[in-house]
Design a protein around this ligand. Structure first.
Ligand SMILES: [Zn+2]
Length: 277
């Protein structure tokens, strides 16, 4: 017998005790159901579901330890839970955080940009053997994983950067440990540049070249003393600079565009310190 999960029917249950509704069983194991063969019945303390197509069953207990929760609050709770499940981002299955297990190419790529073992550990950069990609994670302010990119290491592999799916366009937000620059921010394109810049001041990675309003609002809240915009010198970078300047000038007084031949991740700490004064 198939078990039908509560989120498939509780939301549709009638509020009247004794009421019954029929809906299409969305994830019916016996094939697409277009004849509304999922029966949902509301009893005094339970909601029962039965599918006349696949024979699946489900029972949901409304009353718990003597306290009756209203059906509305129950539905809301389930909706929120479902929303959370959809939003949850997980690492690829076989990642390792142990740099000894990284491929030589993976380490060479990271070291090329002065991303040391201590930075790898600090920012939870990992490696997936099956994908042969370095995984660059993005966490929110609560330390929850919200996004990751997998950088290909072998020649000619497409796409170069593979991204996990996410509910909204993410950005990376890194606070520096440098007390002299804890109110200075730099906006860059990629994760490694943000990680490298965070050695000097706070950093934001757009994960592309297009800024979002949410990013701009979060930055505004920080009340930054200075904001640098350091995007690449290609067409996408120029386009991004214009977009960022337009958006940020609405919220912030002074945004300094950095004109530098190199990307932030290619620079030494000395150069980063000089540029981000
Ligand atoms: Zn079914």
């Amino acid at each position: 017998m198939t078990y039908i999960a509560p989120h498939e029917y509780v939301e549709y249950a009638p509020s009247m005790v004794g009421g019954q509704v029929h809906i299409n069983h969305a994830s019916c194991s016996a094939g697409i159901d277009r004849k509304k063969r999922l029966y949902i019945k509301r009893n005094e303390s339970t909601i029962v579901a039965y599918c006349h197509n696949c024979g699946g069953k489900g029972i949901y207990h409304i009353t718990k330890s003597g306290s009756t929760r209203s059906l509305t609050s129950l539905k809301k709770e389930l909706k929120e839970k479902e929303h959370k499940i959809v939003k949850k981002v997980v690492f690829p299955k076989d990642v390792t955080f142990d740099t000894h297990e990284f491929s030589t190419k993976a380490l060479a790529w990271l070291f090329k940009y002065n991303v040391t073992v201590s930075l790898i550990t600090k920012h939870k950069i990992c490696y997936s053997k099956s994908m042969d990609r370095v995984i660059l994670p993005v966490f929110d302010d609560k330390g929850e994983l919200v996004f990751w990119q997998g950088r290909a290491l072998a020649e000619g592999v497409y796409p170069k950067y593979l991204s996990c799916s996410s509910a909204e366009k993410p950005f990376m937000f890194l606070r520096t440990t440098n007390p002299d620059k804890n109110n200075v921010w730099v906006i860059v394109e990629d994760v490694l540049s943000a990680i490298r810049c965070s050695e000097v001041c706070n950093s934001i990675a757009l994960l592309g070249t297009v800024p979002t309003t949410k990013m701009a609002l979060v930055l505004k809240k920080e009340n930054p003393s200075k904001v640098f915009l350091w995007l690449d010198n290609d067409n996408a970078g120029w386009f991004g600079k214009q977009k960022c300047n337009q958006l940020l000038s609405l919220l912030l007084d002074d945004v300094h565009t950095v004109h530098h031949p190199s990307q932030p991740k290619e620079c030494s700490v000395v150069t980063l310190t000089e540029v981000l004064l």
